[in-house]
Design a protein around this ligand. Sequence first.
Ligand SMILES: [Mn+2]
Length: 277
Amino acid sequence: MGPSALRYAALQTRLEGLGYDVRDQGNIATTDLAALVQGDGRAKYLDEILRYSALLADQVEAATLAGALPLVLGGDHSIAIGVLGGLARAHGRPGAVLWIDAHADMNTPETSPTGNVHGMPVAAIAGYGREWFDRGGWPVPSVDEAQVAMIGVRSIDPEEREVLRRSQVRVVTMAEIDRVGMEAAVEAALDRLRAAPWVHVSLDMDVLDPLHAPGVGTPVPGGITYREAHLMMEMVAESRLMGSLQVVEVNPILDDQNRSARLAVELVCSALGQKIL
Ligand SMILES: [Mn+2]
């Protein structure tokens, strides 16, 4: 339902207003929720996730090779596995990702307290838990760990924290944003990406404070503000680093009159060059 909410919030018309030629490729067909088999509780629904990830990777690869800018709408953040897989395959080498999220999404099936794969995509794309995730027909890792920057993080599980501390991932936490301000925080994150062969931006709407984006699966208080989010996306646009974008975790059932989806559309527009003046 997340992608429907974004379409309903006039995403395509808004992008066309910015001068883009938009081709909506439709939805990736997923199996009906009631018919799904959970499988191993350490990585719930992983077979289905890898099945649609493969379809998604094909579409992202084809769009990239056609010279388009892939914009992927979610949905569950596990879609990042297929998105980054498709990008790495198209570019022929691992790249970089700017991970904008309240969570680090760095669990493996062994460390996850819940078994939810939406808490594992960064680990998966960086090559952790290979025995679980490396069976999709795309390069693993699909990103260079030293070229992963996270921003807005404020909720990390205990074992995930240890994995993160040992990794080369640059984590710009909410505490760092509080101290240095949003502009310097974004610069610090972007610095990690500048040397990369390609850069993907992953926007989880739960990075925003729930006051601004209540319609997300796992809200965490103490997030970034409406204006801070726009500043970040405007800086992403100015950097000219972004080659692809995904916006995830919009959940209309939990939303208030589609305002989180409308905000997501605004932020996508900022990332793609919309300016106030
Ligand atoms: Mn996430």
